[in-house]
Design a protein around this ligand. Sequence first.
Ligand code: LMR
Length: 394
Amino acid sequence: MFEHLKEQPKDKILALMQAYKDDPRDTKIDLGVGVYKNPQGVTPIMRAVKEAERRWWDEETTKAYTGLAGDPAFTDAMINLVLGNSVARDQFSAVATPGGTGAVRQAFELVRMANPEARVFVSDPTWPNHLSILKYLGMETIMYRYFDNASGGVNFGGMMEDLGQVRKGDVVLLHGCCHNPTGANLNMVEFKAVIDLMNEKGAIPMIDIAYQGFGDGLDEDAAATRAVAAGCPETLIAASCSKNFGIYRERTGLLMAVAQDKSMQAIAQGNLAYLNRQNYSFPPDHGARLVGIVLNDDDLRADWKAELEEVRKGMLSLRTQLADELQKLSGSDRFGFLAQHRGMFSRLGASPDQVEKLRADHGIYMVGDSRLNIAGLNKDTVPVLAKAVVEVGI
Ligand code: LMR
């Protein structure tokens, strides 16, 4: 049987992680996979998460199964974190999933179950795993223009023109904040125009929100998701706790389905639970439990928010430092977009050859499309990167 299997292409982001590990140079800089690192190059366990873990060690009395939807203390707290008061609680259903990727996968499967003809519109570019999961599921995928290489911003005109082709029942995948891989985001006026267009066409928005709190703040980063959920008859939302709680390996995420028609809530909830059962039965509990404990305790929540703010501000100051340094060394303002972008990533605008030169000659690792992880830098490595960028002629 196994002889019928084909070799699978390597995931580019994960292959880069391995190549970095294998590089013996001690001056190497990892700007690849989207993992936060503090100035010492460590991905820390957040204080509140550690404390929640201590408490849970004492309080946990059983390892018996949870429900198919996961722990309600987690789902309710996350719904509140992502959606605030934008929609009434009886309008949406939610299940815990293994990470944001699990939520994305379940959302696509739900779309396919509901409407096998649905086409999924994704931004060009988008997180490569969106494309790979859609392909694996055999779902028709159409890219809409998104990033403008020349300005480093969003090509909003091109995006709206391309979204003009959506048909009733198609799904439009949007990044709630901190666009991965470009770092370029729609403003709220643009988001509202997208909402109007989707409503006019009868398309269903799906939001992937994996970096809430990494851009402009927790509420600010959720504003677009809330506007879409409140403004469209149906919305799917895949949220991740990997980054903002720093619990990458715990695999903690949430899939929400919002319906304006309340009678749809129970049917959506049943289908989400059914999908969990088919794919892995019960979602992982440990990370979800920690998030529930943190969000439901005033002190832990306040401490988590404070630490997340430090992380966010640290990334913003690295962005400004990098843009300034590049301005100084290149004598041009063409890298100013780095300070405008939000989240962990920015697309630098380098060719694959230049990206390869950065790796080979300077030990600087970024994804082949020149996506760099700002959080992989610190104030000492920013000038090293800036010098290398100018040297390879970007
Ligand atoms: C990334 O984009 O680097 C992260 O979301 C990690 C991953 O799984 O690709």
